[in-house]
Design a protein around this ligand. Structure first.
Ligand SMILES: *Cc1c(COP(=O)(O)O)cnc(C)c1O
Length: 423
């Protein structure tokens, strides 16, 4: 796949957009988001009740949540504002999966009020939930397989054994028994082991693990499971040489395990849920920025008008994000650049030693795969302001779905009462 030539917009279109909305900004491709969601649902169409709960943290914008809602998705929330956003776009009740850890009482309460599926992260959260929100009719627990599963380098969650999430295997059996004794009648089971995983087999392996566990627990605890949530974490090909996860391959593998474990053991109907974030919006978001400086010292630098406040992944994980210089897609990659932002941290680099066409001042670049864990991770360190978010509609029209921050936004939380500092 040539990342440079399959952009959902032309240089001319972006230039027109910039006249109204100055760089930097994120732009999301509605068509891409919809087609991808449909692909996921189609792959799992054999499984009645299959549902994707979009992990809101990947791109918490109600306009995108609404698009995904229209495609049949619910939301996976882990904070009060995420719950409130879901409620705002009309995603309520069991269309919300509340998967939190180290959960504050108020969030348990809100999740319970919304009728969300509460997915507990620990056995000690049972009395906590009971005290602050009450025991719901439907409960789910998050499983941490610990040493039974290893994940690969590049996984941002880390190996299960050193990850803070979920219950151990023995705790899980106990937790379901406790909940049954407390009168809970409906049950689900969940795990989330990897993030940005490109190996399709890993998801089949996770399904096998959870299906086996569901069989064992339902026998030993005397309960029936309604659903298994395989978690999210489907990776995306950030690098040109990487391939996207074949959803049909994943689905077929999961189906074999389902027939082997679930159907043969009489656990049907058992629904399958997923809660992907990154793969639902990531590839369909671009950070658009302009080259404003070039610098020739010990290395060659191109300075953009965006910085790590708009996209932290390169600084945080050394992540690769492909860069297209608009209008120069077919030019030879003659120059080796560090492409940097203006933050006073030397890791504020979108690319290091990247071969690119010769960049001129004013050139516009599109930084790819910025639609998941992109804008969302932004911060205000160094007085840097977060950029706007635009939605490229299927009609070709562009809608501003979040304006850029201004200095007044940055100052808004100071307490100016009785002070001379008011702006
Ligand atoms: C972050 C997260 C997800 C989504 O992860 P992606 O890698 O974006 O798919 C899903 N579930 C939980 C519990 C998470 O914390």
């Amino acid at each position: 796949m040539n990342k440079d030539s399959d952009l959902p917009f032309t240089k001319k279109q972006i230039e027109e957009i910039i006249e109204k909305y100055p760089t930097p900004f994120h732009i999301y491709d509605e068509r891409g988001i919809r087609e991808n969601a449909r692909k996921l649902y189609k792959a799992f169409s054999w499984c009645k009740g299959f549902k994707e709960y979009f992990a809101v943290k990947a791109c918490p914008n109600p306009y995108l949540m609404e698009i995904l809602k229209e495609e049949g998705c619910g939301t996976d929330c882990s904070s009060l504002p995420e719950l409130m956003l879901s409620e705002k776009v009309g995603i309520t009740g069991e269309n919300i999966m509340f998967t939190s850890n180290d959960t504050p009482a108020g969030e348990c309460k809100k999740a319970k009020e919304l009728g969300a599926i509460i997915n507990l992260d620990d056995i000690t959260h049972i009395p906590f939930l009971e005290k602050y929100a009450g025991i719901p009719d439907l409960i789910c627990f998050r499983y941490n397989p610990g040493p039974l599963r290893q994940t690969k380098a590049g996984n941002v969650i880390g190996n299960p054994e050193s990850a803070k999430y979920g219950l151990t295997r023995p705790q899980l059996f106990e937790a379901y028994k406790i909940m049954r004794q407390k009168g809970v009648k409906r049950f689900g089971i969940h795990t989330m082991i990897a993030s940005n995983e490109l190996d399709a087999d890993a998801f089949v392996e996770t399904a096998r693990m959870l299906f086996e566990l569901a069989v064992e627990i339902s026998r030993e605890a005397g309960i029936e499971f309604e659903f298994v949530n395989l978690g999210g974490g489907i990776g995306i090909p950030y690098k040109p040489e990487q391939k996207e996860v074949d959803l049909n391959f994943v689905s077929e593998g999961v189906r074999r395990e389902y027939e082997e474990k679930i159907v043969k053991n009489g656990l049907v109907p058992l629904k399958i849920f997923m809660e992907n974030g990154r793969m639902m919006t990531g590839p369909f978001g671009y950070l658009i920025s302009r080259a404003i400086h070039e610098k020739h010292i010990y290395k060659e630098y191109i300075g953009l008008d965006a910085c790590m406040a708009n996209l932290m992944r390169p600084a945080l994980y050394g992540a690769y994000h492909h860069i297209t210089v608009l209008g120069k897609e077919n030019m030879p990659l003659t120059n080796k650049y560090d492409v940097v932002g203006s933050l006073c941290e030397n890791n504020d680099k979108f690319a290091i030693d990247r071969m690119l066409p010769k960049i001129g001042m004013g050139d516009i670049v599109a930084i790819h795969n910025a639609g998941g864990h992109g804008y969302a991770m932004g911060f205000n360190y160094n007085g840097k302001l977060r950029s706007a978010e635009l939605l490229l509609r299927q009609s070709g029209k562009v809608k501003l779905i979040r304006r850029a921050e201004t200095p007044l936004d940055y100052f808004a939380t100071f307490n100016f009462s009785g002070s001379k500092y008011k702006f």
